[in-house]
Design a binder for this molecule. Sequence first.
Ligand code: PRP
Ligand code: MN
Ligand code: MG
Length: 178
Amino acid sequence: MEKDIEKVLITEKEIEEKVRELGRILSKEYEGKNPLVICVLRGGAPFMTDLVRRMDIPLEMDFMAVSSYGASTQSSGVVRIVKDLDTSVEDRHVIIVEDIIDSGLTLSYLIDIIERRNAASVKVVTLLDKPARRTVDFKPDYCGFQIPDAFVVGYGLDYAEKYRNLPYIGILKPEVYS
Ligand code: PRP
Ligand code: MN
Ligand code: MG
């Protein structure tokens, strides 16, 4: 195991089973709708690419990158588009894929943008949800795991851009970030 990890919170196998289950649910829900599956870069990439391979229906993929304004660690609530979609969302059924929801700011903003571009529907699927950290009222439509307020990395989640490639969700040793 990676030396900076204190404990595995969600194993590779547990993730795989959950992704399979979410893929099944979404395939039923979106059959015949040719959904546009949007990955929120960078953290959402591993989950999105695994999830679409568990959806056995026609779909399209696109990618978006956003970042919070301001230098402070405390998010200002304003989100800037760093890389926009290449696809028009007008009249499309959109599924936004995220690795984790913390404050809820990123997604509240993204949903707002996509709705204003006249999508037919917008839903959010997140692998992880940390409801304890919410600053805006936000609930994902589909969620893999609700987790406690711990410093987690892996399967897309980084600390200073590291650990995104771990195949599991792990809790980082405090000495790594303190
Ligand atoms: C993280 C995570 C979510 C967002 C959640 O991304 O991947 O996108 O923060 O936080 P929120 O609910 O408080 O908005 P980050 O901005 O670290 O970028 P990254 O995906 O490139 O790591
Ligand atoms: Mn992210
Ligand atoms: Mg990050």
